[in-house]
Design a protein around this ligand. Structure first.
Ligand SMILES: Nc1ncnc2c1ncn2[C@@H]1O[C@H](COP(=O)(O)OP(=O)(O)OP(=O)(O)O)[C@@H](O)[C@H]1O
Length: 288
């Protein structure tokens, strides 16, 4: 599989926050979830990739080419949905589209119109009167109307109701049906990724803590409950988090098979992506 985006040694210092030597890559044909709590550095990373924030150091390659040297050509391949509105509020949908469309050499008006129809948006409606869900749908319509290969979305589901979030997930899966497409999707609402993500990248305090295929993560991690008698110097080391009560314990392990072998009789449940995220960013972590 081709690497569609390669980020190497990305650094950005703000007064009270730093992106600390961020490196990761995205594989073609994958939906990659970029997860982390509020303020973890997701937006700063995405904006640095796009050149909307000036990085201090590091290299970024899109489709194998240096972003700094090929900005305009590469922009044609990217569909962008940012969390903060980048629309002119007093324009209508049609007027805003006319500002954005000429920036893309492969703009496809018929695709745009089909999304507007599908989302029941009205070309003459003023942006300032759009609800949050309608804004997101408009942003998606723009992002998908120039045959982009990589869709980059920053917190697209934030503040949306479950129905609209589901609709968005369906659109992503539809987009992925065509060969060579990829999605990079930042969110702190990890439940959105349960169904759609192939790979997860976890960022916290400006550092990448974890990068793994979702299925492998969910297979190797387990939420374990059992009798306190099973805990000893060795078995304790198998846990990322551990809570003990008078009688029992519960904790998250990243070595599910070893726990199964060495701790007979414990109950092992499948964790959610959120359980895993919180275990890695919380204290009390024994990462081997
Ligand atoms: N222009 C800036 N100047 C100074 N600090 C900044 C600037 N932009 C972002 N930050 C800081 O960088 C940190 C990371 O912010 P960022 O928006 O990247 O996080 P995030 O993971 O996207 O959070 P959220 O989920 O809340 O959107 C925050 O502490 C923020 O205050």
């Amino acid at each position: 599989m081709n690497k569609i985006l390669e980020v190497n040694g990305l650094k950005k210092d703000f007064d009270t926050f730093s992106l600390d030597n961020i490196s990761f890559s995205l594989q073609e044909g994958c939906i990659t979830g970029f997860i982390g709590i509020n303020g973890a550095g997701k937006t700063t990373t995405i904006k640095s990739i796009l050149g909307l924030v000036l990085k201090d150091s590091g290299s970024i390659k899109l489709f194998g080419k240096d972003v700094d040297k090929n900005e305009t050509a590469l922009k044609n391949h990217i569909g962008l949905v940012l969390d903060e509105g980048y629309f002119y509020e007093d324009m209508t949908i049609k007027e805003m589209k006319s500002v954005i469309a000429p920036a893309y050499s492969n703009w496809d008006e018929s695709v745009f119109k089909s999304y507007i129809k599908r989302f029941q948006l009205h070309l003459n409606q003023e942006i300032s009167t759009l609800s949050k869900g309608m804004r997101m749908k408009f942003a998606i319509s723009l992002a998908l109307s120039h045959h982009a290969d990589l869709l980059i979305m920053d917190e697209p589901t934030s503040g949306l109701d479950p129905l609209v979030r589901r609709e968005l997930m369906d659109i992503l899966l539809e987009f992925m049906k065509e060969d060579g497409k990829s999605v990079f999707f930042s969110t702190h609402i990890t439940s959105d990724l349960d169904k759609v993500a192939d790979v997860l990248i976890l960022i916290d305090k400006g550092k990448i803590l974890l990068m793994e295929e979702k299925d492998i993560l969910l297979d190797t991690h387990g939420f374990v409950k059992g009798d306190k008698k099973m805990l000893n110097k060795h078995t304790r080391k198998l846990f990322l988090t551990l809570q003990e009560t008078e009688y029992g314990f519960e904790g998250l392990t990243n070595k599910k098979n070893v726990v199964r072998e060495q701790m007979n009789g414990v109950l092992i449940e499948r964790p959610t992506i959120e359980d895993i995220m919180l275990a890695y960013i919380g204290g009390n972590v024994n990462v081997a």
